[in-house]
Write a protein that binds this ligand. Structure first.
Ligand code: AP5
Length: 217
């Protein structure tokens, strides 16, 4: 089972992929987390990605594709995985299809979480992430039990540098220009599922669970 989470920055892709990953027992592969981890480790990919991420622009396709395909080929992905933040361009979507089809696999569903723009700004400005396990929190809607500490692993919470307002605006405009076109790509393959993301976290999770149940029989 290969499922793609699509949505604007702050739509809740990471939050919902985290929930689905636990429910379905599939690894959660988040391209942004992989870039941030590479940056913490000081690798060449991390240092290259930083310049693009800081500006809210996409890292070049060949870099993102190479990194994700390497991750997908690890043994824990043998039964499938959840993609969060990848693909983001038509070229990435096509590269993923080609790589999976060589192994006799395919993308099963692409879940598009739809959230209005003003709500996205609120979500991103209050977001905090765990430095160890990457679990997302929100200062108002889903705060940690102990301020500054992850409920799951006790890791330190931090605010992403690209969650500043002007960078968020650029990320949103990149999303509409470069990622929205891939909705039609999955729609034409009858794989697109649209979900109302303007509900609470559990309401969105229930919407995704029932849509997946109806779509995969
Ligand atoms: P990435 O890390 O992928 O960021 P993004 O796509 O902009 O998405 P976010 O992580 O900001 O949001 P999300 O939808 O996961 O929301 P979350 O669940 O955290 O990418 C960062 C950068 O890396 C890119 O700009 C680019 O430079 C580079 N990059 C990454 N992938 C790339 C690729 N494939 N190609 C090229 N470049 C790439 O939720 C947000 C907040 O809202 C949280 O606080 C959460 O608690 C809260 N929340 C979630 N759901 C709800 C809800 N239902 N109600 C209320 N609050 C909610």
């Amino acid at each position: 089972m290969h499922i793609i989470m699509l949505g604007a920055p702050g739509a809740g892709k990471g939050t919902q992929a985290d929930i689905l990953s636990q429910e379905m027992g599939l690894p959660h592969i988040a391209s942004g987390d992989l870039f941030r981890q590479a940056l913490e480790e000081g690798t060449a990919i991390g240092l290259l990605a930083r310049d693009y991420m800081d500006k809210g622009e996409l890292v070049p396709d060949e870099v993102a594709i190479g990194m994700i395909l390497e991750r997908v080929n690890k043994p824990d992905c043998a039964a499938g995985c959840l993609f969060d933040g990848f693909p983001r361009t038509l070229q990435q979507a096509q590269a993923l299809d080609q790589a999976l089809s060589k192994q006799g696999k395919t993308v099963d569903k692409a879940i598009y979480i739809e959230v209005p723009g003003e709500e996205l700004m609120k979500r991103l400005s209050g977001r905090r992430l765990c430095r160890s396990c990457q679990r997302p929190y929100h200062l108002l809607s889903s705060p940690p039990r102990v301020p500054g500490k992850c409920d799951r692993c006790g890791g330190e919470l931090f605010q992403r540098s690209d969650d500043r307002e002007e960078t968020v605006r650029e990320r949103l405009s990149v999303f509409f220009a470069q990622t929205v076109p891939i909705l039609d790509y999955y729609k034409s393959q009858h794989k697109l599922i649209r979900i109302d993301g303007n509900l609470g976290v559990q309401g969105v999770a229930r919407g995704i669970a029932s849509a997946l149940k109806a779509a995969i029989k």
